[in-house]
Design a protein around this ligand. Sequence first.
Ligand code: ADP
Ligand code: ADP
Length: 236
Amino acid sequence: MLEIRMVTRRFGNKVAVSGVDLAIDDGQMVGIIGRSGAGKSTLLRMINRLIDPSEGAISFAGVEVSALRGAALRSWQRDCAMIFQQFNLVPRLDVVSNVLHGTLNRRSTLSTVFSLYPTEDIHTAIDILDRLGIADHAAKRVEALSGGQQQRVAIARALMQDPKIILADEPIASLDPMNAQIVMDTLRRIHDEDGRMIVCNLHTLDTARRYCDRVVGMRDGLVVFDGAPDELTTAV
Ligand code: ADP
Ligand code: ADP
């Protein structure tokens, strides 16, 4: 279980996230909705420790995430993989190298210098691409792919970490409706098949309704709704 206890984050005088209190069970797919500026990204970024809370604590399986340092922190950051609106892939690199890229920091300096990936990892990467329906594109540069395919490469890179949690920050905001559906279907399938916790920032209520078990609505840093999608009647 992921526990977010009375978490506040300020940027100067601006309160981006205000006293957020949420417990998310393993195996839940949660959609966080709210307008731009509501605090959704800040919340996700605190979970994987890209930034720290000003107040409050975040813990996972009883371990306080905010206290982790060094190797334990890096291990936590692999446990919660991020997916971004703009995919954040490495340009000019082929698809399979992008999927493997995140594994570089786990290996020796020498293998990093020569970009030597163990055969086993390459097979794992190809298997993941196959599962996501994009193995045929493995040798192409990422720029040659459509937005929806690039986002699936980013999901493959996330799965390569074998994460316990997938944190998706507006994963479909740059995609056309068809690709958006493919990406959301992919995330839901990963959730159903692997039982991974997914926390997904979304700006449309309809997507959250359709794909998530639970919807958290945020406004001005506050949680203003938390419940099942069918309990959500008014716009947040
Ligand atoms: P959302 O993801 O819902 O669009 P954000 O978490 O990005 O919202 O932002 C919440 C508020 O915090 C916004 O007012 C934003 O401008 C502010 N904010 C976010 N990050 C920073 C930062 N690094 N410095 C200053 N203000 C920030
Ligand atoms: P999103 O809407 O997807 O959350 P933003 O455009 O709000 O993205 O933020 C993009 C980046 O800019 C983030 O790293 C965020 O922390 C930073 N940021 C957002 N608002 C501010 C701000 N008012 N001052 C400084 N940095 C900000």
